[in-house]
Design a protein around this ligand. Structure first.
Ligand code: ZN
Length: 233
């Protein structure tokens, strides 16, 4: 009888030990995963030490004002974007609005629930660049390409949808720098139109030659950025 009791106690003890070890292992793995994800996100939003907007500029980026949206299911669902294959250019279809106006509109969708829409970056009328979403997360801009695309919304002064020079220069620089970062070529720079046939960015759908020119300018800037980055090493 005593021997049987002893055996039961022993089995319980071993089971408890196994459970404890499994628990510790699972917890450690989860914590490691969480830490890795945090580091990854920080490196994209520029909070990582020694790598932020100033360093991005040295690599050829325009100055980027990081104004991340509050996480919410209408504009920043925090779904992982694991591989960037395309950069998509858009126009806001909202003549005269600034980059921050657009960013605040996205952020406010958390309250209004009006639509599910957002963009990683917005380039303003004066060439200012606002980042709304880390490039490690998806945005709601490019329909079925949201899963592998970084999106850039561009402000414009009127209904033609043509970009002002300052906006054009910034979007070329931003796109080229993103291409160097994700090892893309200008052939992976697309219009919203190329995905869904939507008239976006309007001027560059209406004027295919202007679109070809923009891609050529991006290609030239990519080469310049690689030289800059080589010299930084
Ligand atoms: Zn669009």
């Amino acid at each position: 009888m005593r021997q049987r009791n002893l055996r039961v106690v022993l089995v319980c003890l071993i089971a408890a030990m196994i459970l404890l070890i499994m628990g510790i292992l699972l917890l450690t793995a989860a914590r490691r995963r969480e830490e890795r994800r945090r580091q990854e996100l920080l490196s994209y939003v520029g909070e990582e030490q020694n790598y932020g907007p100033e360093e991005w500029q040295k690599e050829g980026a325009p100055y980027i004002d990081v104004e991340l949206l509050d996480p919410n299911e209408y504009s920043r669902p925090q779904i992982t974007l694991s591989e960037v294959k395309y950069i998509a250019i858009h126009y806001t279809a909202n003549p005269g609005a600034t980059a921050m106006n657009n960013r605040d509109y996205f952020n406010n969708l958390a309250n209004t629930h009006e639509a599910k829409v957002s963009s990683h970056f917005v380039v303003g009328l004066e060439g200012e660049v606002v980042q709304c979403i880390p490039t490690a997360e998806i945005s709601y801009a490019t329909n079925e390409r949201n899963v592998d695309t970084v999106s850039i919304e561009c402000c414009h002064p009127d209904e033609t949808g043509a970009f002002l020079d300052a906006t054009y220069d910034s979007v070329v620089k931003l796109t080229a720098w993103l291409c160097t970062r994700f090892s893309l070529t200008e052939e992976q720079v697309i219009r919203h139109y190329d995905v869904t046939g939507k008239e976006c960015p309007k001027y560059y759908v209406d004027h295919p030659d202007a679109w070809e020119q923009m891609k050529a300018d991006i290609a030239a800037q990519i080469q310049e950025d690689y030289v800059l980055q080589e010299n930084l090493r």
